[in-house]
Design a protein. Structure first.
Length: 121
C-alpha cells in the first residue's frame, strides 16, 4: 500500500451510552468508537488498490459494529439499506416528515432520506 492509507477509530464521547429513548437512540449513542477509513495517494494508478484495501478493511470490521453508521459520515450515494440501518426504527417516521416538507426531495445530498410515497385513497 502507501504511507497515506489510514484507518482512524477514535473513542467517542466519554458517556456515549447516555441517550433519551424518547428522542431515539442512534448507533452513535451506542457505539464506543467510530471509524473513518481513508486511502489517499496522488497517483491515480493506485486508486483501485486503495479502494480495495478500504472495502476489505470495512468488511472485516463491520460484523463487530452496531450495524449502522454515524449520520454525518454518510455520503451521497449511500444505499437505502445503509441509510435505513443508520436511522433504525425512525426511518419511516422521518420519511413521512420528508414527504410533508420536501416531497420533491430538493434536499437530497448527504444523509438523504427519500420522501415516503404519497398515500393513495
Amino acid at each position: 500500500m502507501t504511507p497515506q492509507h489510514r484507518a482512524l477509530i477514535p473513542e467517542l464521547a466519554p458517556h456515549p451510552r447516555r441517550g433519551t429513548p424518547q428522542l431515539g437512540r442512534t448507533h452513535a449513542l451506542e457505539a464506543l468508537r467510530s471509524g473513518v477509513i481513508a486511502g489517499i495517494d496522488p497517483a491515480p494508478a493506485r486508486a483501485a488498490a486503495l479502494r480495495e484495501w478500504a472495502v476489505r478493511y470495512w468488511e472485516a470490521l463491520h460484523p463487530h459494529s452496531t450495524g449502522g453508521g454515524y449520520v454525518n459520515f454518510l455520503g451521497t450515494g449511500e444505499s437505502e439499506g445503509r441509510v435505513r440501518a443508520t436511522y433504525r426504527g425512525h426511518h419511516d417516521r422521518l420519511a413521512e416528515i420528508k414527504r410533508s416538507y420536501d416531497p420533491h426531495n430538493l434536499f437530497h445530498a448527504n444523509q438523504n432520506i427519500e420522501p415516503a410515497p404519497a398515500h393513495r385513497p
